[in-house]
Design a protein around this ligand. Sequence first.
Ligand code: 1CP
Length: 333
Amino acid sequence: MTPLREVIINKKTDINPIWIMRQAGRYLPEFREIRKQNPDFIKLCLNENLSSEITLQPLKRFDLDAAIIFSDILMLPYGLNQNVKFKKNFGPLLGDLSLENISKINEDDFTNKVHPVYKAINLVSKNKITNNKSTIGFVGAPWTLLVYMINQKSPKLRLKEDFFNDSILINKILIILEKFLKIHIKNQVDNGAEIIQIFDSWAGLLEEKDLSKYVYLPTFNLVEYVKSLNIPVICFPRGIKNYKTYCETVKPNAICIDYEVDPIKISKEIQIPIQGGMDPKTLLTDKDNIKKEAEKYLDIFKDHPYIFNLGHGVLPETDPNMMDYLVKTVKNY
Ligand code: 1CP
């Protein structure tokens, strides 16, 4: 069994597997080289030879325990025929949302449109570099996808004031998202994904009273579905205040914590395997500090099933040598 599955399924505490969110990406010169020649990000995600190569780039450099497929959570709205573009120095830009168009899409249309993503997973999981490593598939959580689809750009810039006005639209989109997220997950699993991570990057935008409707219930339905496929599921509800309630309600197999979570408190509150936590900005400091911070997490979770990761994606300005140092520090612990 792969180290990640040993931790998640068998609750092993004497190993410290590591992978890093956004491990394939802009901090690696070999990625930037490919990216320079492929200005259209969606096209790049749909080129299975390049996207599988990018997925494997960090594994060639560092002794990581998982490959996360190079794709994006916004491939889902793209597969539903909403226009999706990535504008340089701006981020994602989505087209108008037409319920009529989206309602016309069937399972085959969707699968055909994003098919190269599944081919890439297949290539990665069959590559010998991933022997004894996990291939991680992922989706955006329904709430986070709803945010991008209605807001049409990153809510980091702002969430539209009238975001919640059209409750019929919101409810219909949530139903459609549940259906196609399940299809997207199943296709990834059928092609070799052996763990699924659900990214709810904007869960922290909601008030406590709205979490049930937009986060807990729709994510719980997906978690149940992944479990029914006999695949472990890790959830990352970034920015929420109460991870304990989240775990008790959504019931993932493992929980990924963001860098604002107090690791000591959560190690006492939560029994399920934990992943992540260290602030990505730590990698912009020096080796002594990286070692100190990494060992802080490893010490706290010494007797807890724990997968080392950061508390959000690795920053583009990170020096790959510091990543190398981090991986070695965790492996030598
Ligand atoms: O070169 C570039 O400009 C593209 C940058 C980039 C990359 C490398 C984007 C655009 N997406 C990705 C890949 C990606 N996205 C992966 C690949 C696998 C890996 O981790 O190595 C994954 C898992 C994602 C998931 C993703 N996309 C999330 C969830 C995780 C998170 O960071 O919170 C989100 C919110 C997105 C949307 C998105 N795609 C890209 C950007 C810059 C963003 C964020 C925009 C925003 O801030 O709102």
